[in-house]
Write a protein that binds this ligand. Structure first.
Ligand SMILES: Nc1nc2c(ncn2[C@@H]2O[C@H](COP(=O)(O)OP(=O)(O)OP(=O)(O)O)[C@@H](O)[C@H]2O)c(=O)[nH]1
Ligand SMILES: [Mg+2]
Length: 442
C-alpha cells in the first residue's frame, strides 16, 4: 500500500510537540509523556524544534486545545519554519483537519506516529501485514477528510462528484484489502498455534517476556538463551517474536519468547492487529514482566503494561516481575519502593548479568510444580530414584530389560526431572524450534 501522507520517512521534518495538561494531572507526568513523544519522534527521523504544554479544563471538541493556543502555534510555526505539529493525545479526524487549517502545518498524533514507526521497523511478512491492517483501519474513517481536502486545493465545486465516487472506490478497495489481510493473518495464527501445541506435547514450558518498550527484554533473552536479538536504545527495537530454548538449573525444558514492547496510549488498532504476535502472551505458562526500574516514569509504564495485558485477557496469568537495570543508581531505591506491590519480584541487570542466577532459580522454582510426561531407561543401580519416581510420579507403563534396567513411561513433577535428565529416552526426538524458521520468514 502507498505510504500515508503523514509519513516522516522521506524528509526530516521540523516538529513542535504539544501535550495537554488537564486540571488533575501532575506537570511531571505530562513532561515525561512529552519526553517519550520526543524519543518516538526522533526514532521516526524528525527534528524537534520545541514543545508546548497546554493547561486546560477539558479537551475542546473541535480543536482539542483552545482556539487561542492553536493561533499561537500558527504564529510560532511561521516564525520558526515548523512543518509538523505532533500531539501527544488522540485526535479525531475532524480535530486533525481543523488544526491543520488553523496552523497551516501537518498535524500528527501519537497513535499515527507509533503506526509510522512500526511500519518502518516491520521485517517479517506477518509483521508487515499486521501493521498494514492497523494503518488501513486508522485510515478508513479519515478518507472523507482527505478527499475534501484535495477538492478544496483543486478548486472544489466541480470536483465534488468525482471525489465522492473516488471516495467510495477507495473505501471499497480498503475494506477488501482488510478482509484479505485478516485471512492471511488467520493462517499465521493457525500455524503458530500448531507450533505451540507441538511444543506443549513435548513438555516445553512456554515463558513469554512482556514489558514496556526499551525495558530490556531483548537484552535479557540474549543473556539467558544466548540469542542474538537486536537490543537497542530506541523504542520498538523488536517487533517480531523470537523463541529460544533456555537452560535452567534443574534441567526443566523451557522456551522463552521475546515480544514487541508496550507503550502508553498504544493505538487500539495496533493491539488488535498484533494479536497474531501477541498470542505468545496469551498462551504462555508464565509471563516475565521486564521493568526498567531506573526510569522516572516507571509506575506509569507498569500501569500501561497492565492495561495491555488486560486488553489481551492475560492479566491473571502467573507472573515474575523483573526489576531490571539495577546497575544504574536510580534503580535501587525505586526497586525497594515497587517490589512489595509486584508479583514474585526479582532484581537484576540484564546488561551486566548481575542477579541472573537468582532469576534462573526463581524460574526453576516456579516450574517445579509442573509435571512432564517422559520416557526413561533407568539402570538397576538407581534403586532410590526408581522408588521416588513410583511414589511421586504417575507411571503409565513399566518394563524390565534383560540387564535389569527399567523402561518407564511416566509423568514426573519438575523437581524429579533434573535427577532423571541422564536417563531420558525422549530427548532430541523433536526439536521444539524445528519449524520456527518457516514461521519466522513468513
Ligand atoms: N544500564 C542498563 N541498560 C540496560 C539493561 N538492560 C537493557 N539495557 C539497555 O536498554 C536499552 C533497551 O534494551 P532492549 O533489550 O532493546 O529493550 P527491549 O525491552 O527489548 O525494547 P523494545 O524491543 O524496543 O521493546 C538498550 O540500550 C540496552 O542496552 C540493564 O540492565 N542496565
Ligand atoms: Mg526488544
Amino acid at each position: 500500500m502507498a505510504r500515508p501522507p503523514w509519513s516522516f520517512q522521506n524528509e526530516p521534518e521540523r516538529v513542535l510537540l504539544v501535550g495537554v495538561r488537564l486540571k488533575d494531572q501532575r506537570r511531571e507526568a505530562v513532561e515525561d509523556l512529552l519526553d517519550e513523544l520526543a524519543q518516538l519522534a526522533a526514532t521516526a527521523g524528525a527534528e524537534i524544534v520545541g514543545r508546548l504544554v497546554c493547561s486546560q479544563r477539558s479537551f475542546h471538541p473541535a480543536t482539542l486545545i483552545g482556539k487561542g493556543k492553536a493561533g499561537q502555534i500558527a504564529a510560532q510555526a511561521a516564525a520558526e519554519s515548523i512543518t509538523t505539529v505532533l500531539f501527544d493525545d488522540d485526535l479525531s479526524p475532524a480535530q486533525g483537519r481543523n488544526l491543520a487549517e488553523i496552523t497551516g502545518c501537518k498535524i500528527v498524533d501519537r497513535a499515527q506516529l507509533i503506526l509510522d514507526i512500526f511500519a518502518q521497523h516491520a521485517q517479517s511478512r506477518a509483521g508487515r501485514l499486521q501493521i498494514e491492517l492497523a494503518q488501513l483501519q486508522y485510515l478508513l474513517p479519515r478518507l472523507r477528510g482527505m478527499w475534501t481536502h484535495l477538492e478544496r486545493q483543486q478548486g472544489g465545486i466541480g470536483l465534488r462528484g468525482p471525489g465522492e465516487k473516488q471516495l467510495e472506490l477507495d473505501r471499497r478497495r480498503i475494506v477488501d484489502r482488510i478482509g484479505r489481510i485478516r485471512a492471511s493473518l488467520k493462517e499465521v495464527r493457525q500455524r503458530r498455534a500448531e507450533m505451540r501445541r507441538g511444543r506443549r506435547r513435548h513438555g516445553w514450558a512456554l515463558l513469554t517476556l512482556v514489558g514496556y518498550t526499551n525495558a530490556g527484554k531483548s537484552t535479557l533473552i540474549n543473556h539467558l538463551a544466548d540469542a542474538r536479538v537486536e537490543a537497542d536504545d530506541r523504542l520498538f527495537a523488536t517487533l517480531d517474536p523470537t523463541t529460544r530454548q533456555i537452560r535452567l538449573p534443574n534441567h526443566q525444558p523451557a522456551l522463552i519468547t521475546d515480544t514487541v514492547g508496550f507503550i502508553r496510549k498504544l493505538p487500539h488498532h495496533l493491539v488488535e492487529s498484533f494479536k497474531a504476535t501477541l498470542e505468545e502472551v496469551i498462551e504462555a505458562d508464565l509471563l516475565i514482566h521486564v521493568i526498567d526500574a531506573a526510569h522516572p516514569g516507571v509506575e506509569d509504564q507498569i500501569r500501561a503494561v497492565e492495561q495491555v495485558l488486560r486488553e489481551l485477557g492475560a492479566a491473571t496469568k502467573p507472573r515474575i516481575s523483573v526489576l531490571n537495570k539495577m546497575d544504574l543508581t536510580e534503580a535501587g531505591p525505586q526497586a525497594v519502593r515497587l517490589a512489595p506491590g509486584l508479583e514474585r519480584p526479582v532484581t537484576l541487570s540484564a546488561l551486566t548479568g548481575e542477579g541472573l542466577d537468582l532469576f534462573r532459580a526463581e524460574l526453576a522454582d516456579f516450574l517445579k510444580s509442573r509435571t512432564l510426561r517422559v520416557r526413561l531407561r533407568v539402570p538397576p543401580t538407581e534403586g532410590k530414584l526408581l522408588a521416588a519416581i513410583r511414589s511421586s510420579g504417575r507411571v503409565f507403563e513399566e518394563k524390565y530389560e534383560a540387564d535389569g534396567a527399567v523402561r518407564l513411561d511416566a509423568s514426573l513433577p519438575g523437581r524429579l526431572l533434573g535427577l532423571c535428565a541422564a536417563y531420558r529416552m525422549d530427548e532430541g526426538e523433536a526439536s521444539p524450534l524445528e519449524d520456527e524458521n518457516g514461521v519466522r520468514d513468513l
